[in-house]
Design a protein around this ligand. Structure first.
Ligand SMILES: *Cc1c(COP(=O)(O)O)cnc(C)c1O
Length: 419
């Protein structure tokens, strides 16, 4: 029986019987979330990694209101609209040369589904049978069945085991890069690999596990030398999380397919994009309708979502942003040094505006106690974090102010010292 008979809402990743009452948020502004009971929270995780410019940014909010009064939605087969065209043109301008065919969908998971379908049907359309998808241990690509299949097997996918398709998971690039590359070489020799999907530089939900651009470059070039499409799932790493606009900007070898979502609309609306290179796209061109890409959603390229994404891109293009990203990166770097001095945390790691570390406690697994203690302590000080098991991380919105950085710095260190 539910402990909250008064609510009709079923929450994600939540054991409804034991979870405490959800906190009611009435409004947000910048880094702040305002609760109904008067408390204020500093959102140090950008609300599940999406709110890159902070909450209720007026520039995006106004663009949404304008678009809602102009064209709220239109069927996207046989029709197009200015905001989608403009967004596609602008994004392609920011992506490495050759990544220039933009397919719209609704969220990170569906962007991944589309990418997997593109890689798979690419071979089908060429009349070649290739049945093996490669991914990595520790990966997270979303919650729909294709995205779950590509993700590492975990408590999150366990109940659905028999329904998922086979994916070969290579050893993690952060823990065993040599083993990973060796396994990849062997897999490619089979001649049956249809595509490889990877979260570039940082595996997010798997625990903010980081690897080097050099190792990723080797993966990409090995695949591409065999003509195997490489998919970068930049759903989390995109839009300056790694310090540069995209994680692939750190790499020499660029992917064939890219997935973008979370920060795309500045975290305002669900919208995602899968970008493909021309040689992928060209394999779908035919007089035969059976060779078109079989995918679409009711809300594909929703005009309000596209308007939000265009407004968000305005903010990403602002000349002040790189300095802000640099300031956040340096602050987290300082914090990393201080954390190291406490001697109480392990595996301190940073990529751009993401800082993560492990807080091992006797109890390992998803419900780790030390991390929960730190979370609760910070919460009582008005700071929102959400550890992944024993992994504590910061992933702040880019509007975070100097004093706020200082507050997080002091409170986090104090919480760790008092463990
Ligand atoms: C969050 C995430 C997804 C899934 O995106 P949703 O919008 O939650 O469906 C996919 N890949 C990565 C790397 C993510 O971090």
């Amino acid at each position: 029986m539910s402990s909250k008979p008064e609510s009709h809402v079923w929450h994600p990743y939540t054991q409804m019987q034991t979870a405490p009452q959800p906190l009611k948020v009435t409004h947000g502004k910048g880094t702040k979330l305002y609760l109904e009971d008067g408390r204020v929270l500093l959102d140090a995780i950008s609300s599940w990694w999406v709110t890159v410019h902070g909450h209720a940014h007026p520039h995006v909010a106004e663009a949404i209101a304008r678009q809602a009064n102009t064209l709220e939605q239109v069927i996207f087969a046989g029709f197009t609209h200015p905001e989608a065209e403009r967004l596609a043109d602008r994004l392609v301008g920011h992506l490495p040369t050759g990544l220039d065919k933009v397919f719209f969908s609704d969220d990170g998971s569906t962007a991944v589904e589309v990418a997997l379908k593109m890689a798979w049907q690419y071979w089908n359309n060429k009349g070649v049978t290739r049945n093996r998808i490669l991914a990595f241990e520790g990966a997270y690509h979303g919650d729909t069945f294709g995205a779950m299949s590509a993700s590492a097997r975990s408590i999150f996918t366990k109940a659905f085991g028999p329904l998922m398709f086979d994916v070969q998971h290579l050893p993690s690039l952060s823990e065993d890069p040599e083993g990973s590359l060796e396994t990849l070489k062997k897999a490619l020799k089979g001649g049956d690999v249809a595509g490889l999907i990877v979260e570039p530089l940082v595996q997010g939900a798997g625990g903010m596990l980081m690897h080097s651009p050099e190792h990723l470059d080797m993966v990409t070039s090995l695949c591409q030398s065999e003509g195997v499409p490489v998919i970068f799932d930049e759903v989390m790493t995109g839009f300056y999380r790694t310090g540069r606009l995209f994680a692939m900007n750190h790499c020499q070898h660029k992917p064939d397919i890219v997935c973008l979502a979370k920060g795309l609309t500045g975290g305002f609306l669900p919208l995602s994009i899968t970008v493909a290179r021309s040689h992928i796209y060209d394999a779908f061109l035919s007089q035969d309708r059976g060779k078109m890409l079989f995918h679409g959603h009711s809300f594909t390229a929703n005009p309000i979502g596209c308007a939000a994404a265009n407004a968000s891109l305005d903010l990403f293009e602002s000349p002040e942003l790189p300095a802000k990203i640099m300031a956040i990166t340096q602050w987290l770097g300082q914090l990393a040094i201080s954390l190291r001095h406490t001697g109480k945390v392990k595996n301190i790691r940073q990529t751009g505006t993401i800082l993560a570390f492990d807080l091992p406690s006797s109890e390992t697994g998803y419900l780790s106690t030390a991390a929960v203690q730190v979370r609760d302590r910070l919460f009582s000080k008005g700071i929102l974090i959400r550890p992944l098991g024993e992994v504590v991380y910061l992933l702040p919105p880019y509007c975070v102010e100097r004093e706020e950085m200082q507050t997080i710095y002091e409170e986090l260190l104090a919480a760790i010292q008092d463990l």
